[in-house]
Design a protein around this ligand. Structure first.
Ligand SMILES: O=C(O)CCC(=O)C(=O)O
Length: 260
C-alpha cells in the first residue's frame, strides 16, 4: 500500500499525508452520512477548554469559538462502521506498525465556519496513554482543509522523544505548557489537505491547529490504531484488553493447545 519512502518518511518525521486515500465517491458518502449524524446527534461547544485559550486567542474569541466533536460515528451509521476495516486505511497502518492492528477510537473534530475552534500544541498520548509507541492516529479529511481553515500543523520529528509532560486536570484538555510550547517559539508546518486525504501521525507527534476563518466547515475524523500487544497505562496486566482487530490476527501468548 505505502512505498518504502513513505514508511521511512513517517518514522523519521512522525507523520505522513496520503493524498486521495478515499475516492471522491467514498468521501462524498462519508461526508453526507456525517452531516446526518451531526444533525441528529451533534452538539456545538466551544471546543477544548483550558487555560491555553488565553494564550492562543484574543480576549473576545476565548469563549466564542465553535466546535462539534463526536465519538463513535458507527453507533449511528453502518457506513462509518465499515471505515474501521477500510482496506486502504488499515493497509497503510499495517505498513507503518505491523500486520496485526487493533482499532482504538473514531472521533469527529469538526470546525464550523468563521470561528471553528483551534487546538493547542499537544501530543495525543496523554489522552490515551499506552505502554508502547506503535500507535497511529489517522486524520481523515471530509472537506478541503486549506491553510486558512485551521489545517493540521505538525512539529516534524517531535515524536522521537516520546511522551512529554502536559497540563492536565479538571477544566482543561491535556495540552503542552504554553510557556515552553507555543507557535511563537516552536516551529511547525501546516499540512493543507483536500477532502479524501488522510494524515497519519504518531500519538507522540506534537501538533496543533488554528481557527477556521473560512466560510466553510472543516470536518475531519480521527481514527486510532495500535499494535495488539500494547495496553493502556495503569490497567492491570491480567485484565483482557480486547477491541476490534482491524487487520491481521491477534494471537494469545498464553494459549495452550485446545484443538488438534
Ligand atoms: O483537527 C485538528 O485540527 C486537530 C486535531 C487534533 O489535535 C487531534 O486530532 O489530536
Amino acid at each position: 500500500m505505502l512505498t518504502q519512502n513513505q514508511v521511512e518518511f513517517y518514522h523519521e518525521n512522525g507523520y505522513l499525508k496520503v493524498e486521495q486515500l478515499f475516492t471522491p465517491e467514498e468521501t462524498k458518502e462519508l461526508a453526507s452520512e456525517m452531516v446526518q449524524i451531526i444533525n441528529n446527534w451533534g452538539q456545538e461547544t466551544i471546543g477544548w477548554p483550558g487555560p491555553w485559550r488565553k494564550r492562543y486567542l484574543k480576549a473576545e474569541d476565548q469563549q466564542t469559538t465553535k466546535a462539534v466533536f463526536m465519538h463513535n460515528p458507527h453507533f449511528y451509521s453502518a457506513t462509518w462502521g465499515r471505515v474501521i476495516f477500510h482496506e486502504r486505511l488499515t493497509g497503510a497502518v499495517q505498513d507503518l506498525i505491523g500486520e496485526t492492528i487493533q482499532w482504538h477510537h473514531t472521533v469527529l473534530h469538526a470546525k464550523p465556519p468563521e470561528k471553528g475552534t483551534p487546538f493547542p500544541m499537544h501530543q495525543d498520548y496523554p489522552f490515551y496513554p499506552h505502554d508502547g509507541l506503535d500507535f497511529v492516529d489517522c486524520l481523515v479529511h471530509l472537506d478541503d482543509a486549506p491553510f486558512e481553515s485551521g489545517a493540521l500543523r505538525v512539529v516534524p520529528g517531535s515524536h522521537k522523544e516520546g511522551p512529554r509532560e502536559h497540563i492536565t486536570g479538571e477544566g482543561t484538555a491535556p495540552h503542552l505548557p504554553t510557556d515552553k510550547y507555543h507557535p511563537d517559539f516552536i516551529d511547525s508546518i501546516p499540512i493543507p489537505s483536500k477532502a479524501g486525504d488522510v494524515i497519519f501521525f504518531s500519538y507522540c507527534l506534537i501538533h496543533w491547529s488554528e481557527v477556521n476563518r473560512t466560510d466553510q466547515w472543516r470536518k475531519a475524523v480521527r481514527f486510532g490504531f495500535h499494535k495488539p500487544e500494547m495496553r493502556p497505562v495503569g490497567r492491570d496486566a491480567t485484565e483482557p484488553y480486547n477491541s476490534i482487530v482491524a487487520g491481521g490476527f491477534k494471537a494469545n501468548p498464553a494459549a495452550g493447545e485446545i484443538l488438534t
